[in-house]
Design a protein around this ligand. Structure first.
Ligand code: HEM
Length: 526
C-alpha cells in the first residue's frame, strides 16, 4: 500500500501507472474482441430464429431474459418454422441455456466425413446445462465409464435381462392395478414411472433395490431435482453460484438422493470388488448380469471410489427413467387414441411369446410393437433438440460457413420428424408405418434402419454419431417388455368421453406427456 501511495505522489510514477492502465485496458479489449466479438461477428451472419437479444447480449446480457422467455414459451413453434425456412442450412436460436446453432440433418454426412470426433465435445455442454460442479455430476462426466457400460456390457447382456424385466413389470402391474375384473381408472404417470423405475433398477442391481420404496422414490425424483438446481442457478452470475447452491432446497434433496444411492448400492459394490480382488470366483453361468457388475469391471482410477460409483448409479436413473417412462406413456396414449391397433399387437405378442417365450428372440420378432413405439416416439419425443455438442475447434463447412471454437451446435430432432421429405403424411399417426417399410424391403440393413433403436438423419430422437444414446437398445427392450405385458393382460382406454390424446407439455427444450392423464385398465378375460 505504502509503495502504491509513493508511486501515485510521484509524477513519473503516475505516468507509469497511467501507461500500465492503458496496457491493461488494451489487452482486455483485445482479449474480449478475440473471445467474444469475433466469434459473435462470425455467427451474426447466420439467421436468427425467435427473439434476437441483439449484439450487446454477449457483452452485457441485455435482452437475453426476454429471448429466453420467448424460447421457453414458443420453442416448438420457433424451431419448426425456422427449420422449414432454413431447410438444408442452419440458424441460431437462444435457448434457456445458451445460444445454439441449429444444423439441418443434411450436414450429417459432412460432419461424419470431415469433423474429427474430438472436435464435437458432448461433456462440456452437458456439464454446463446440468450445472455439473453443483449437482455433483462432474464426477460422472470426468470419465466415459457411464457411456462405455451402456454401450458394451448392457447391450451385450440384453438376452439375460428379458426374464428379470418381465418378472419386474408383472410384479408392479399386479401391485398397482387392482386384481378384480372391474375397470380401474389410474393416473398413468404414477403407474408407469413406478414400473419403469422398478424394471430399470432390476437392471442396475437386482430385486432387492427394485422393491425398495426409498430407492424407487429417489429413482423417480432425482432427475427433477437436478433440473430444478440447474434452472435455479442459471439465474445467478457464475461467481455467485458456489455461495447460493448450498442453500437451495433442491440441492439438499440431491444430497439426500446421493445418501440413498450410497445406502442402497454401497454394500453390493464392496462385495463385488472383494470378489474381483479374489479373482471372480463365480461358477459358470452365475456371473451377475447387472450394472453393479459392469461398473466394477469397468471402473479405473478415481471411478473406483464408492461415492463416484453411487453417483454413476444416480446418473443411470437421470438418463434412463423419465426418458423411457415418457416414451411408454406416449405409446399408451396413442394406443387409447387409436384402439384399432390393439388386437393386431396383442396377436403378435401372443404368437411370438407362445413360440419363443420371453426371450431376446421373441423381443426381436415383435416388429409391429417396435413400429408402434417408434411411430409414437416420432411424434412425441422427449426433447426438441438432440446432438448437442460444443465445438472444441472451429469448423468450416463446404458452404463456407465457419463456426468458431466454443459454438454450441444441435439438430432440431422434432422438426425433422415432421418433415414430409422424410415421412409421408408426417402429421398422421400410422402405428405400422415402420413395420410396413420393414416388410417392403428385401435389404436387411434397410430393414434394420426402421427399428426403434436405429438412428439416422430422419431419426434423431436418440441423437446421432458415436455418442448417440448408448442406452437405446436397453430402452427399446424394456419398453417393449412393459407394453407387451400390459397389452396381453388389459384393455386400455381413455376415461369415458375422451377420444383424443392429451396435448403434450412443452417447456423450453423439454417435452412431457400430460402427467394428469388417467387411463382405464380393464383386465381381459382369457
Ligand atoms: C426412450 C428412452 C431414451 C431416450 C429418448 C434417450 C435419449 C438420449 C439422447 C438424445 C442422448 C444424447 C445423444 C446425442 O446427443 O447424440 C442420450 C445420451 C445418453 N443416454 Fe439415453 N435415452 C433414453 C434411454 C436411456 C437409457 C435407458 C439409458 C441407460 C440405461 C441411457 C443412457 C444414456 C447415456 C449414458 C447417454 C450419454 C450421455 C453422455 O454423453 O454423457 N439412455 N440419450
Amino acid at each position: 500500500m505504502e509503495g502504491l501511495e509513493v508511486l501515485l505522489r510521484n509524477p513519473a510514477g503516475r505516468e507509469q501507472t497511467r501507461g500500465l492502465a492503458v496496457v491493461v485496458i488494451t489487452l482486455t479489449v483485445l482479449y474480449w474482441s478475440y473471445a467474444y466479438l469475433l466469434p459473435s461477428l462470425r455467427l451474426s451472419k447466420i439467421p436468427k430464429a425467435g427473439k434476437d437479444p441483439g449484439f450487446l447480449a454477449s457483452l452485457f446480457g441485455i435482452g437475453l431474459a426476454e429471448a429466453k422467455r420467448d424460447f421457453k414459451k414458443n420453442g416448438l413453434r420457433i424451431l419448426n418454422e425456422a427449420y422449414l425456412k432454413n431447410k438444408g442450412s442452419m440458424f441460431r436460436v437462444q435457448t434457456l441455456n445458451e445460444e445454439r446453432v441449429v444444423l439441418s440433418p443434411s450436414y450429417i454426412e459432412e460432419i461424419n466425413k470431415n469433423v474429427p470426433e474430438g472436435v464435437l465435445n458432448v461433456t462440456d455442454g452437458l456439464s454446463e446445462r446440468l450445472m455439473g460442479p453443483f449437482t455433483n455430476l462432474d464426477v460422472v462426466f470426468n470419465s466415459d465409464m457411464h457411456i462405455e457400460v451402456c454401450r458394451s456390457p448392457l447391450t451385450q447382456n440384453l438376452p439375460k435381462l428379458i426374464a428379470p424385466l418381465r418378472e419386474e413389470a408383472e410384479y408392479w402391474l399386479e401391485r398397482r392395478i387392482p386384481g378384480d375384473d372391474a375397470e380401474s381408472e389410474l393416473n398413468v404417470h404414477e403407474l408407469i414411472v413406478r414400473v419403469i423405475s422398478g424394471t430399470a433398477t432390476r437392471m442396475l442391481s437386482g430385486p432387492e433395490a427394485s422393491r425398495d420404496p426409498e430407492w424407487l422414490e429417489t429413482a423417480a425424483l432425482y432427475s427433477y431435482d437436478v433440473v430444478v438446481v440447474a434452472q435455479t442457478l442459471r439465474h445467478f452470475h457464475p461467481l455467485l453460484r458456489p455461495f447460493i447452491a448450498p442453500f437451495l432446497d433442491s440441492k439438499k434433496k440431491l444430497d439426500k438422493h446421493l445418501g440413498v444411492a450410497k445406502k442402497t448400492f454401497r454394500g453390493l459394490f464392496i462385495q463385488r470388488m472383494e470378489q474381483q480382488d479374489r479373482g471372480w470366483d463365480f461358477a459358470a453361468g452365475e456371473k451377475p448380469a447387472d450394472m453393479v457388475q459392469w461398473m466394477v469391471e469397468a471402473a479405473k482410477g478415481s471411478d473406483r471410489d464408492l461415492d463416484v460409483l453411487a453417483m454413476n448409479m444416480l446418473f443411470m436413473t437421470l438418463a434412463g427413467v423419465h426418458t423411457s417412462a415418457n416414451t411408454t406413456m406416449h405409446a399408451l396414449f396413442d394406443l387409447c387414441a387409436h384402439p384399432q391397433f390393439a388386437q393386431p399387437l396383442r396377436d403378435e405378442i401372443q404368437e411370438v411369446t407362445d413360440q419363443d417365450g420371453w426371450t431376446m428372440a421373441a423381443m426381436s420378432r415383435l416388429k409391429k410393437l417396435d413400429s408402434f413405439i417408434k411411430e409414437s416416439q416420432r411424434l412425441n419425443q422427449t426433447v426438441l433438440m438432440t446432438f448437442n455438442r460444443k465445438l472444441a475447434k472451429s469448423v468450416e463447412f463446404a458452404d463456407g460457413t465457419v463456426l468458431p471454437r466454443g459454438t454450441c451446435i444441435t439438430m432440431p430432432s422434432v422438426a425433422v420428424s415432421r418433415d414430409p421429405t422424410y415421412f409421408e403424411n408426417p402429421d398422421e399417426f400410422d402405428g405400422f408405418r415402420f413395420y410396413d417399410k420393414r416388410s417392403a424391403t428385401a435389404s436387411k440393413s434397410e430393414a434394420n434402419r426402421q427399428s426403434f433403436a436405429a438412428i439416422g438423419p430422419d431419426n434423431l430422437a436418440f441423437g446421432f454419431g458415436k455418442t448417440a444414446c448408448p442406452g437405446r437398445f436397453f430402452a427399446g427392450t424394456q419398453i417393449k417388455v412393459v407394453l407387451a405385458s400390459i397389452i396381453l393382460r388389459y384393455d386400455v382406454s381413455f376415461p369415458k368421453g375422451q377420444t383424443k390424446r392429451p396435448e403434450n407439455i412443452y417447456k423450453g427444450g423439454l417435452i412431457q406427456p400430460d402427467p394428469r392423464q388417467k387411463i382405464v385398465f380393464k383386465r381381459r378375460v382369457e
